[in-house]
Design a protein. Sequence first.
Length: 328
Amino acid sequence: MPDQLLFAMEVTLNGLMAGVLYALVALGFVLIFKASGIFNYAQGVMALFAALTLVGIMEGQVPFSHLINSIFGTEIHHFGWHVPALAAIALTMVVMVAFAWAVNRFVLRYLVNQEPIILFMATIGLAYFLEGVGDLMWGSDIKTLDVGLPQGINETIDEMTFNAFGYGFFIDNLDMVATVIAAILVTGLVLFSQYTKQGRALRAVADDHQAALSVGISLNYIWVLTWSIAGFVALVAGIMWGAKSGVQFSLSLIALKALPVLMLGGFTSIPGAIVGGLIIGMGEKLFEFLVGPLIGGATENWFAYVLALIVLVFRPQGLFGEKIIERV
C-alpha cells in the first residue's frame, strides 16, 4: 500500500478523533437550545470554569486566594491537601449544578418570553461574568490537569501503535480515550432522553413550552436539569481539552470551533452534533493534508467555517436539524 495512502488513512483517523472533542463542546449547546431555545454563548466558558474548578479542588487551592491576600495582606494559597481525581470530579459537578440553579434563579426567570436576541445577549454577559469569577477564584496562570489521562502540556504525548494491513499507525492516546468517553456519554444521553421520565419531560419542553406547562411539567425544574447536564458535558469537555493543552483561559475559545459543528449537524440534534464534529474533524485534517501544501497551509483555521457556510446555503437547518415551517 503506498505510503501516501497510509498517511492519508492515519490523518483521517486522527481527524475523526479530534472531531469527537469538537462534538463534546457542541453537545452542551444542543442540550440547552433544545430545551429552552437559548443559544448559550457561555458554553465554552463553562468548560473552562469546570476545568479550573476541578484543578483547584484537586490541588486544595483556596478559592479567591489572590483577592483575600490582596485585601488582608496574607499569603494563603493552599489548604495543604490534595483531593483524589474522582472525588474532585464529583465536587466539581456539585459546583456546576449550583451554577445551573443560580442561572435559572437569577437570570432566566426574569427573561421569560423575551426575544431570542435578549436571551443570547444574556448568555454573553454570563460568559464574561463566569470568566471573571474563574479568574478571581483560581488565578489566570496555566494549570496542568492530571486525572489519569495522557497529558499534553510540557511533555510529549505517548502514542499507541497498532498494525493495519501490516503497517503501523500512530494514534494519540488521549484522542482514543476521548472517543470512548464521548461514545458512552452520547449513548447515556440518548437512553436518558428516550427511557426516563425526566428525559421525556425534557423532550416535551423542547417541542412546546405551553403544552408542557399544561400537563404539569415544571419549566424551572427542566431548565435547571438541562443546564446541569450541559454543565456535566462542559466538565467532560474541559477535562479532555485541559488534559490535551493545559487549563488556560484560551480554553474558552473551543466554543468557536463548535459553531460550525452546530451549523453542520443542526442546532436541535444530539446525533447531529456527533456527526458534525466527526465531519469537521476529518474534513479539516484531510483538507490540510491534500490541499494545504498547494495554497500555503493553515487551512484548519478556516476550513470548518467555509464548509458550514456552504451547508447553510443549501440546507439552513443543518444535516439533522428540524425544518421549521411557519404558516401565516
